[in-house]
Design a protein around this ligand. Structure first.
Ligand code: HPA
Ligand code: ZN
Length: 347
């Protein structure tokens, strides 16, 4: 037993910083910092619509998901070569290692690149080499989740999955991202069935801006194992009860939710309610270069804004990050042991 009551709130920032954790909801293209965007633009001869790093950063003032996606896809236009994808992911892994991330499952959006003429093999080769280097340089166990862009057709998603098959061994799963409203999960029933038949893990963004019905169809039609975001589940008590009973993980991204106006402030975020309902919620950074912080920034700002969250909730969130991951049972058990040691030492 860990005596959580013996850990004062004042000890939480240091504890959150130093504890081992997994990151399960990070779009690697969303880790591209303005400095690297400009460096790659110069190296690759790509023209940008912004004069300077400062001007680009000043444009990060979003009103909803779509207003962010427009800038996010423009930022990704500087990625052309295998070395660019590798450099982007290594910059993320360096930040993640500083945050004591020991396991990371990275989303990537191949269609954002293939639609500009970058071969999918170039994208996956660069990211997969970075995942291997993450283990040797930082001790991070990293894997890749190929995301389909939901504003495009299911036929395009199916073609993307088939094109990725020569690199199947580098993929742990598939996901669904981009503009949620008007693009319900069931639009992608066939491609998720195909991915499932290939033995890939399945996740989908749902209930970020879309209604609870999208979370239900992600579970029932796509048969996903985790819901990315999912914060709108609270609008359906029956759905909350189901998510708790089935222990469906939610990969929650607090700073993202405030930047994209899903919640007005962090103090109004429903993470405490999700945890109180017994849901397997985790905290993640989503697109850290655009939303004002990496994983520890998310954790520390969230705990600072929400006094209902204490040491027990900190432990639960980090433990959930391992439980919800696609790591082996042995790896999960070893990380939970280390997590227990860190919390016991603080109590
Ligand atoms: N939601 C949907 N699509 C995305 C996001 C997000 O938060 N980030 C990058 N693509
Ligand atoms: Zn996301």
């Amino acid at each position: 037993m860990i005596d959580f009551d013996a850990i004062p709130r004042s000890a939480l920032p240091a504890l959150l910083r130093s504890a081992p954790k997994a990151e399960l909801h990070i779009h690697i293209e969303g880790s591209l910092e303005p400095e690297l965007i400009f460096a790659l633009a110069q190296r690759n001869g790509v023209a940008l619509a912004y004069e300077s790093v400062e001007a680009l950063r000043a444009a990060y003032d979003f009103s909803d998901l779509q207003s962010f996606l427009d800038i996010y896809y423009a930022g990704a236009s500087v990625l052309l070569h295998e070395a660019d994808f590798h450099a982007m992911a290594m910059a993320y892994f360096a930040r993640a290692a500083a945050d004591k991330v020991v396991h990371a499952e990275l989303f990537f959006d191949p269609q954002t690149h293939t639609d500009r003429g970058v071969p999918i093999g170039v994208v996956i080769a660069g990211l997969a080499r970075a995942c291997a280097d993450a283990r040797s340089q930082f001790g991070i166990a990293a894997s890749l989740i190929l995301c389909f862009l939901r504003h495009l057709s299911e036929a395009a998603a199916l073609a993307t999955l088939e094109a990725a098959l020569p690199w199947r061994q580098h993929l742990v799963g598939v996901g669904l991202d981009s503009s949620e409203r008007g693009h319900p999960p069931e639009k992608f029933a066939q491609v998720f069935a195909r991915a499932r038949a290939l033995g890939l893990h399945l996740v989908a963004h749902a209930g970020e801006e879309g209604p609870p019905a999208y979370i239900e169809s992600a579970l029932d039609v796509l048969r996903v194992e985790r819901i990315d975001h999912g914060v709108r589940c609270v609008e359906s008590p029956a759905l909350v009860a189901r998510l708790a009973a089935e222990r469906v993980p939610l990969t929650v991204c607090p700073l993202s939710n405030v930047k994209l106006c899903v919640f007005k402030t962090l103090a109004e975020h429903n993470l405490p309610a999700l945890l109180a309902a017994g849901l397997c919620a985790t905290v993640n950074s989503d697109d850290p270069a655009y939303f004002g912080g990496y994983l520890n920034d998310n954790l520390i700002a969230t705990f600072e804004a929400l006094p209902q969250l204490g040491a027990a909730e900190a432990y639960t969130l980090l433990r959930n990050s391992f439980e919800a991951s696609f790591a082996t049972p042995q790896a999960k058990a070893a990380w939970v042991d280390r997590l227990d040691q860190v919390f016991r030492a603080a109590a």
